[in-house]
Design a protein around this ligand. Sequence first.
Ligand code: G3P
Ligand code: CA
Length: 231
Amino acid sequence: MLIIAHRGASGLAPENTLAAMEKALELGASAIELDVHRVEDQLVVIHDRWLQRHTDGHGLVHHSTLAALANLDAGQGQRVPTLWQVLECIDGRCDLNIELKGRNTNQPLIELLSQAQLQLGYQPQQFLISSFNHPKLMRLKQLQPDLKIGALTASCPLDYARFAEELGAYSVHIDVNFAEPEFIADAKRRGLKVFVYTVDEPEDMLELQRQGVDGVFSNLPDQARATLGSH
Ligand code: G3P
Ligand code: CA
């Protein structure tokens, strides 16, 4: 079962920062999930639309500038990194799930992934792109048919697995509160991987493993490794 460090090892370092990425790698996460918004012509790694929960700044992320962001404290002296900085930091050492948030992210993403393959040696299959914004995923898939995409949902609409299959998704990413055995079985029958977020309780991890899910997003990848590694 894949252990995907959620926002990096965000239970142990400020979320979505380079420190959280380094920590996740050190703890042996199979993959790292992170959230991106567009600022100017680049993607930056931050979860919220607003700056105030994560940083000492204020206002909407997409109204900010790269220069202004570079001066903010994202916790413990960490900065809000660009996606390129994260790609350089990880340097191909694990797989990445990039969750697209905010507006106009497809074009900079496509350019960046191609640059990461050419300059940093990433393999295309190391990238899994997810979003709650399904029309955006659909457009991305049309632009880059070979890209792995993950259909992300905060609930679990009827026939969601069929929808994801029709979207050409590689995986479905579902909330732990909606991880019903029937849904998991249906998704797997359709050849989809099932990844569940956010799972920090060992009992949940073991139950999901019994149900055959393919991976969990956890803020505590070390605890997930300790729980799942021995079962
Ligand atoms: O990708 C799984 C999970 O991160 C989705 O929810 O709000 O934590 O980005 P959120
Ligand atoms: Ca996320």
